[in-house]
Design a protein around this ligand. Structure first.
Ligand code: FAD
Length: 513
């Protein structure tokens, strides 16, 4: 069996460069063992350049590849993200009732000796109409009040609150490229115009006009939606999820701030509209805004009208960029000597920023399962199994946001609540959660991108009714738990004094050497 020493990554977007940097760092002594990592990217085809929201796992990844936090924030025009605020997902804008709910990244508070708070919140012990996220975590108030998740004195990638970032996607790819090259990755510019197969059906070489035939032992397809190797050449099946998740188009626009010191929300604002939703992300000097919608439920003209209404006069001179989205994934993302990472492997809409998170997972797995001895088949099988399981669970989690909506104001929302569009695995979970709340034991955490707390925040943010059996509560703990809810409220107030204003912290990092 031929040892794997030559790795060729095709594509230089976030997927290509993140995988390159991660492998170069993980296989730190790769050059001593004759392992060479090259990345070839087309000088003509650009990167997708959207994807500005991330998940807290990104901090671990950036630390693991060795990029310091200040550099990342400065060079990627990044800001902090403490969660997502969902506006009008439960009911339309005109209705009475809470207009939004928050999905914070920090876990519900759980102090030693105090039971899990969720059953007691369901019982109403936190007070009437106190949202779950506010009752069990300080983060909602901190984010609402414009505070950052950490202080200047905290170490890199650490803080009292859990957090991710918003960042400029183009600048992120550039930073990753510079960093990967400093770790020894060789960069080639060239357009892959032909892919040659070997007799056994594996990839034999890829051809570019600039460099002729490029050969490797392992090819990593990071060519985005084109999927030049895994799709066009190897014809690995694409499993569409469009019967579950309906959005398939996006209009994206970059909106400068009216004034340089405009306050920046430290959360994504996701607003539901008649046939989809908008993201609204605050970077250092502009907002990234986009409307993701279903072409089965809306014309492009109507979608643009909705986006323009949302942005208001700031959009008068701006033209949105239109993107077609193909939602689904390849159950066989690793075929013989080719592994697809990033959009070539799959994409599940931006609602909970799973895109970069899935690239991180694929890069970790690839490094962990790296087939040094050339035994590709077992690694491929395990990789495909874990990635497929993860995709399926993310589909369920995203669908949870739609299927619990009380909105009946358009076909898009009515179709989304139709049981036929809800995967059986999600229907089964929801059935269990009618009489008890989600807990750790409902999940195999290694296969989940989102922790149980994320499911809880969304489930109860969407006002799901769990009718708790009285035996779920310990009558002896009621006073203790009530005190704990009060403590969280008190600590939240104190945290406001301790944490800096969000933009002030971002500026501190930008000026830090
Ligand atoms: P691309 O960026 O498309 O890069 C493809 C690369 O392949 C380019 O370098 C190109 O030059 C090269 N290439 C293509 N063909 C060839 C060829 N023949 N020869 C040589 N090179 C070639 N993710 C998140 O985590 N959070 C978000 O908030 C988020 N929002 C999104 C919103 C939208 C509307 C979309 C569409 C995606 C979003 N994503 C988000 C996903 C995220 O953008 C991607 O996961 C991420 O950018 C990775 O893209 P990529 O590197 O796979 O592909």
């Amino acid at each position: 069996m031929k040892k794997v020493t030559q790795i060729l990554i095709v594509g230089g977007g976030t997927a290509g460069w993140l995988t390159a940097a991660f492998l170069a760092k993980h296989l730190a002594s790769h050059r001593d063992f004759g392992i060479q990592i090259r990345l070839v990217e087309s000088p003509e085809i650009g990167i997708i350049g959207v994807g500005e929201g991330s998940f807290p796992s990104i901090r671990g990844t950036l630390a693991a590849i060795g990029i310091d936090e200040a550099r990342f924030i400065r060079e990627c025009h990044a800001t902090f993200k403490q969660g997502i605020r969902f506006d009008h997902w439960v009911r339309p804008a005109q209705s009475s009732g809470a207009p939004h709910y928050f999905h914070p990244f920090s876990q519900p508070s759980q102090r030693t000796g105090t039971p899990e708070l969720l059953p007691y919140w369901l019982h109403g012990l936190a007070g009437k109409d106190v949202p779950f996220a506010q009752a069990v975590s300080m983060q909602k108030l901190i984010a609402d009040q414009g505070r950052a998740p950490k202080r200047a004195r905290d170490n890199d990638y650490l803080g009292p609150m859990n957090y991710a970032y918003h960042f400029d996607a183009g600048r992120f790819a550039t930073l990753l490229a510079e960093h990967a090259k400093s770790l020894g990755v060789k960069h080639l510019l060239g357009n892959v115009d032909q892919v040659r197969l070997s007799e056994d059906g594996s990839i034999g070489s890829v051809h570019t006009e600039e460099h002729g035939a490029l050969q490797a032992d392992l090819y990593i397809d990071c060519t985005g939606f084109r999927a030049r190797l895994i799709g066009e050449t190897l014809q690995s099946n694409f499993k569409s999820v469009s019967e579950v998740l309906f959005v398939d188009r996006a209009l994206a626009v970059q909106v400068p701030y009216a004034a340089p010191q405009t306050a920046i929300p430290s959360y994504t604002i996701s607003t539901a509209h008649e046939s989809g939703w908008t993201w609204d992300i605050g970077l250092q000097s502009r907002r990234g805004i986009g409307y993701v919608y279903s072409s089965r439920h809306s014309s492009d003209e109507r979608a643009e009208q909705i986006l323009r209404q949302y942005v208001g006069s700031a959009m008068a001179d701006l033209q949105p960029r239109k993107l077609d989205l193909k939602l689904g994934y390849r159950p066989q993302a690793w075929v013989k000597n080719c592994v697809a990472v990033g959009l070539s492997g799959g994409f599940l809409e931006p609602l909970e920023s799973s895109g970069v998170g899935l690239i991180e997972t694929a890069a970790y797995l690839l490094a962990y399962l790296f087939p040094f001895d050339g035994e590709l088949e077992a690694s491929a099988k395990h990789f495909n199994h874990l990635m497929t399981q993860r995709y399926d669970r993310i589909v369920d989690f995203i669908k949870l946001h739609y299927c619990l909506s009380q909105r009946q104001d358009s076909a898009f929302w009515r179709d989304n609540t139709d049981a036929a569009s809800i995967p059986l695995s999600l229907r089964e979970k929801l059935a269990m959660w009618r009489s008890r709340p989600p807990s750790r034991l409902d999940f195999i955490t290694d296969l989940e991108m989102y922790p149980p707390s994320s499911w809880q925040y969304v489930l109860y943010g969407m006002e799901y009714a769990t009718k708790l059996h009285p035996s779920a509560l310990d009558a002896n703990k009621l006073v203790l738990v009530q005190q704990e809810f009060q403590n969280i409220a008190n600590f939240s107030q104190r945290a406001l004094n301790d944490l800096p204003e969000h933009r002030a912290l971002v500026e501190y990092y930008c000026q830090k050497g």
